[in-house]
Design a protein. Structure first.
Length: 133
């Protein structure tokens, strides 16, 4: 694995979370975007060697909306950047019977191609694999 690319944190109110994380991290967010395919609004903070992604649900039926309803605010996922091509990483995990939440990599936030590993196959942690397009 090349690195931990970012940590995703689910929040109820993006404006409040931006204020809190700007204070906590000592930096302002560098990017905000809507990812319609995931039903989420994201805001990214760049630290020296990792990013923090805040996620706010656009609806209660989106994956983040369901997460917030079930678990409340907090750690949503850890994103890893593989050394290999994202499609190769997807195929490798799939061929090793790891349950994936996506049939193939897809476009995600921050100009990345992404896919997720089911938490049951990662000991309770939602893992995202992401790589620049």
């Amino acid at each position: 694995m090349a690195k931990v690319e970012h940590i995703g944190i689910a929040v109820q109110n993006m404006e409040d979370a931006i204020k809190t994380y700007t204070l906590l991290l000592g930096v302002s967010p560098y990017k905000e975007e809507l990812v319609e395919s995931e039903g989420v609004r994201t805001v990214f903070f760049q630290l020296e060697n990792i990013k923090i992604e805040l996620l706010e649900a656009l609806s209660t039926q989106s994956p983040v909306g369901k997460f917030l309803e079930k678990r409340g605010e907090g750690l949503h996922h850890i994103a890893l950047e593989p050394n290999r091509d994202i499609a190769d990483q997807h195929q490798y995990l799939q061929s090793n019977t790891i349950k994936l939440l996506n049939e193939k990599p897809k476009e995600g936030a921050d100009e990345k191609n992404i896919f997720f590993v089911h938490p049951k196959d990662a000991h309770g942690v939602l893992l995202e694999f992401c790589k620049e397009q």
